[in-house]
Write a protein that binds this ligand. Structure first.
Ligand code: FES
Ligand code: FE2
Length: 386
């Protein structure tokens, strides 16, 4: 059932997908206050495991310190090198790759080679910048600010389903990431509608569901879509597999986008957490964290079925991702030459809700004063962020 009965105005103009000013406003007002899903607890399971990546022009690093996750700006206070260029790994100490300064869990320096050359010691300027990090289920989130709501509050509308959905009976299978030559909203808006299915996914999803089998929920914080998959061969196999793994399948597909960018897809046999990050006015990076059903049975047959399911589901997940990826550049090129205002159909009404959120959140980019981005969290002085 769609909420609206008449087509809707395309609230964003093509310039909203190309302008530097809009991009800066979105970073500041939509992305800086947000929590970002970036990894899984499995990526950081052992003492010394770390993950490093760039997000919103910011290099950061999350590391397991004796079972506790900590996130830092991946920049050394000595002479500004990245601490590491490796995307992941395990090290006994958090040590800068350039001159070997070591850092503790609170970001303070540990061992410094030939430390006496730095006398007198400037304690306040020798600490790593710390960010907030927290988990929901097995998903690891980071936040760049030192103020703002805790993760649980940020995720409140979806906390229960995501805490249970990413973990428990489901196990992390793969993470993949790709850069696209389009504004981040092109990717996000594509994920918010089922209208493109017959053209873009003719082999995988095939048809969009009829209106009576499509439920939308539209709010300022998020929108969701639910459908019951058709009773066809693939669905029956999925249900059978699920039961063989000891889990009674819920025959529903849920897609939820928590604004601005955290996108959770829940199917009986797999789960995705997809997130698109702007990397410029006309570019973005899309990251997908993929889970498949592991179930509760621990016998050789269940293990083989799980491995089979994981291989097939990952293949299908990547294929759907590639199908969507094939249209983004063309949409961006069209936006840059378009004389049209655009129009949104009722099947696409979640896009209208999202565009309204963007405009309200940025409060009219044209009127915004140009302000520098807020500084990252201070670590050494003041209260350490939690
Ligand atoms: S730049 Fe990191 S130890 Fe020198
Ligand atoms: Fe799609």
């Amino acid at each position: 059932m769609f909420t609206n009965q008449h087509h809707l105005r395309h609230l964003l103009r093509p310039e909203h997908y190309t302008s530097e000013e809009q991009y800066r406003a979105e970073l500041r007002h939509l992305f800086r206050p947000a929590w970002h899903p970036v990894a899984t607890t499995g990526d950081l399971a052992r003492d010394g495991d770390f993950v490093a990546l760039d997000l919103l022009d910011t290099p950061f690093l999350i590391r397991n310190f004796g079972g506790e996750l900590r996130a830092f700006l991946n920049v050394c206070p000595h002479r500004h090198s990245r601490l590491t260029d490796r995307p992941r790994g395990n090290t006994e100490k958090l040590r800068c790759r350039y001159h070997g300064w070591e850092f503790n869990a609170d970001g303070r320096t540990g061992k410094i080679p030939d430390a006496r050359i730095f006398r007198p010691w400037d304690r306040e300027n020798a600490c790593l910048r710390r960010f907030r990090v927290d988990t929901c289920g097995e998903l690891v989130f980071v936040h760049f600010g030192d103020t703002g709501v805790p993760l649980r509050e940020w995720l409140a509308p979806v906390w229960d389903v995501w805490a249970e959905g990413y973990g428990g009976d489901y196990r992390h299978a793969a993470t993949w990431e790709r850069d696209f030559p389009c504004n981040w909203k092109v990717v996000l808006e594509n994920s918010l509608e089922s209208y493109h299915i017959p053209e873009v996914h003719p082999q995988t999803f095939k048809e969009f569901p009829p209106e009576e089998n499509a439920w939308h929920e539209l709010t300022d914080r998020f929108s969701s879509f639910k459908t019951v998959p058709p009773d066809e061969f693939a669905t029956r196999v999925e249900r059978w597999l699920s039961r063989r793994l000891g889990v009674e399948p819920v025959n529903e597909y849920w897609h939820r986008v928590l604004h601005p960018h955290a996108t959770g897809s829940l199917m009986p046999s797999f789960r995705m957490m997809q997130c698109v990050f702007p990397t410029g006015p006309r570019t973005c990076r899309y990251r997908c964290i993929f889970f498949t059903l592991r179930g509760r049975r621990r016998n050789p047959v269940a293990w083989v079925l799980y491995r089979l399911l994981r291989a097939v589901a990952t293949y299908v997940g990547k294929k759907v991702f590639a199908e969507d990826a094939s249209i983004y550049a063309g949409v961006q090129r069209g936006l840059e030459a378009s004389p049209h205002p655009g129009v949104i159909g009722t099947r696409e009404e979640r896009i209208y809700q999202f565009q309204k959120y963007v405009l309200d959140g940025c409060r009219g980019a044209a009127e915004l004063p140009v302000l520098p981005d807020p500084a990252p969290v201070p670590a050494c002085n003041g209260t350490a962020p939690t």
